[in-house]
Write a protein that binds this ligand. Structure first.
Ligand SMILES: Nc1ncnc2c1ncn2[C@@H]1O[C@H](COP(=O)(O)OP(=O)(O)OP(=O)(O)O)[C@@H](O)[C@H]1O
Length: 245
């Protein structure tokens, strides 16, 4: 479904992605792990063109993401993204946050947009908060609304960039459970995470980035139990020492 070849990105003279190749199949969940600065977020953000790469190709179902047939809004509807900072509009109720893009971008009528919003909020266990304001919700609940907002566009792929990083530890579990529910429904996802438990429990495949390259990829049970590359071994060893594995 997603095919990435030779993706290369510089920030100034700093090579941040170095000829990355990656395939993601429909219904697959791929987690990107690696040390801070290894290029995970940059790779993720190239997929929906929040960042433009310098070289390389990304195709979605065989069509280049820079093809004019997508247009930028078309691409960003097909490829949803959720960040660490959920960025809900504080002056708008949950339901208005979730219906905003479908109404303004997809030109859906209010009733249809609200029906869709209630459906995705229910999927994330948030339907009873539809008429609340963001400030009335916990961080975990706000992040679930941010997930609902991304899903309301009915994306084919969801990109998650450290979505649990800003949450208090006791709130991480509810967001992870919500994402597990999305996987069970067959949503294709590419996930950047520092939570190895998350990658282990959720991913079909884990990619380890180091210095802007994917240097090892494997199903989690294999990558965590028997990493092959010395750099992956060293990274996992450091996490183990820090009590984060
Ligand atoms: N807009 C930018 N301008 C300049 N340098 C950037 C920019 N965005 C990222 N970088 C640099 O690119 C490198 C890779 O950043 P990226 O955020 O992709 O790494 P990461 O693996 O996601 O890190 P982290 O786990 O800390 O989020 C880092 O050295 C970062 O400082």
């Amino acid at each position: 479904m997603i095919r990435i070849r030779g993706l290369t990105k510089y920030f100034g003279t700093h090579l941040v992605l170095d000829r990355v190749d990656l395939d993601v199949e429909r219904h697959e969940v791929v987690c990107l792990i690696g040390a801070s600065g290894s290029g995970k977020s940059t790779l993720l953000r190239c997929i929906n063109r929040l960042i433009e790469p310098d070289y390389g190709e990304i195709a979605l179902d065989g069509v280049s993401v820079s093809d004019a047939s997508f247009g930028k809004t078309g691409l960003q509807r097909r490829v949803g993204i959720v960040f660490q900072s959920y960025n809900l509009f504080p002056h708008m109720r949950v339901i208005d946050n979730v219906t905003l893009a479908p109404r303004k971008v997809q030109r859906l009528a209010r009733a249809a947009a609200e029906a869709r919003a209630l459906e995705v909020l229910a999927l994330l266990g948030m339907e009873s908060f539809a008429y609340a304001y963001p400030e009335q919700l916990s961080g975990g609940q706000q992040q679930r609304v941010a997930l609902a907002r991304a899903l309301a566009g009915q994306p084919d792929v969801l990109l998650l960039d450290e979505v649990t990083a800003a949450l208090d530890p006791e709130l991480v579990g509810e967001v992870m459970a919500a994402i597990r529910g999305l996987k069970a429904r067959g949503l294709t996802m590419v996930i950047v995470t520092h939570e190895m438990g998350f990658a282990r429990g959720l991913a079909d495949r884990v990619c380890f980035l180091d210095g802007g390259r994917i240097i090892e990829e494997a199903p989690p049970e294999q990558l965590f139990a028997a990493p092959e590359h010395p750099r992956t071994q060293a990274f996992l060893h450091r996490l183990l020492e820090a009590g984060r594995l």
